[in-house]
Design a protein around this ligand. Structure first.
Ligand code: SAM
Length: 289
């Protein structure tokens, strides 16, 4: 009988029994803090009506807790060595499916369709940090049918996702995340909550996915290119950034665009709200083919 999955002695027992070794490359830092596991599952508000798509279950510490609360959990795990472990740790549940694959290679739209019968799942993930932001952005940008993303990220990344205009951490990531979702910090997690311990502090962030029809964008691509250009050179004015970035708008046109949108061209991109980026990009659309 396996003990508590957050206990270091249980993890050591599993490592011995299944000849399992932590892989640094797969970012295998397992949670050993029961309170953090509870905070994540509470933060995701999981109940018996919910479907959950977990990415990176490890030995199943969060999967176990979520399976006992949710209707259905599907978890994508890349590491073959963890499959027999998950078989054992999750043997009490008949509402869990493990998909042995690389999340970067899975067709997530198809998987969601196949596993959740049309119900938008909540995505819960604790992944290697170098793939977390690309995965979160892919989930949001592809506008997949999901209701929430609850994810462990490096603390600084969570701060950037939450940042408001005119702060040091506000940037293209803040605008993109806040365009697609309403972010909220669930909890801050110190390195001591993991085995082995990572070097950095982490935060769990919940993104409530939403549609921003209120912004009435003429062209989403132009909106994101405006943001990319505006933050391209942080210390330069909007006039400079937008005349030399991917949009390459002439300074004469920009003067008319700034006038019509009521946004001063000598401002820096980091001072603009999402609403102002929308107004500006809609005006830009009138000048580009
Ligand atoms: N959820 C567990 C926990 O909190 O203790 C494990 C988290 S550990 C930080 C990351 C997990 O993601 C590992 O189980 C690792 O094998 C898995 N993983 C890493 N890269 C992956 C990928 N590309 N696709 C799917 N799973 C991946």
């Amino acid at each position: 009988m396996i003990g508590k999955l957050t206990s270091p002695s249980t993890i050591k027992y599993i490592m011995g029994k299944y000849d399992f070794k932590f892989s640094k490359g797969l970012g295998q830092n397992f949670l050993i803090n029961e309170m953090v596991v509870q905070d994540i599952v509470d933060g995701a508000d999981i109940d018996e009506n919910d479907c959950v798509l977990e990415i990176g279950p490890g030995i199943g510490v969060m999967t176990y807790e979520m399976a006992s609360r949710a209707k259905q959990v599907t978890a994508i795990e890349i590491d073959n060595y963890l499959l027999p472990v998950l078989d054992e740790t999750l043997s009490a549940f008949d509402n869990v499916t493990i998909v042995n694959n690389d999340v970067l290679k899975v067709n997530l739209e198809e998987l969601i369709q196949e596993h959740f019968n049309g119900q938008p799942p909540k995505v819960v993930a604790n992944l290697p940090y170098y793939i977390t932001t690309p995965i979160v952005m892919k989930l949001l940008e592809d506008e997949l049918p999901i209701s929430d993303i609850v994810v462990m990220v490096q603390k600084e990344v969570a701060d950037r996702m939450m940042a408001k205009p005119s702060t040091k951490t506000y940037g293209a990531l803040s605008v993109a995340v806040q365009y697609y979702s309403e972010p909220e910090i669930v909890t801050v997690v110190p390195p001591s909550s993991f085995m082995p311990q990572p070097k950095v502090s982490s935060s769990v962030i919940r993104l409530r996915v939403r549609k921003r029809d209120d912004l009435k964008l003429t062209d989403k691509k132009v909106f994101f290119n405006t943001i990319k250009d505006a933050f391209g050179k942080r210390r330069k004015t909007l006039l400079n950034c937008l005349s030399s970035g991917v949009l390459k708008i002439s300074k004469d046109d920009l003067k008319l665009i700034f006038e019509a949108s009521g946004i001063d061209g000598i401002r820096r991109g980091e001072t603009l709200s999402i609403e102002e980026f929308a107004t500006l990009s809609n005006e830009i659309c009138k000048y580009i083919k």
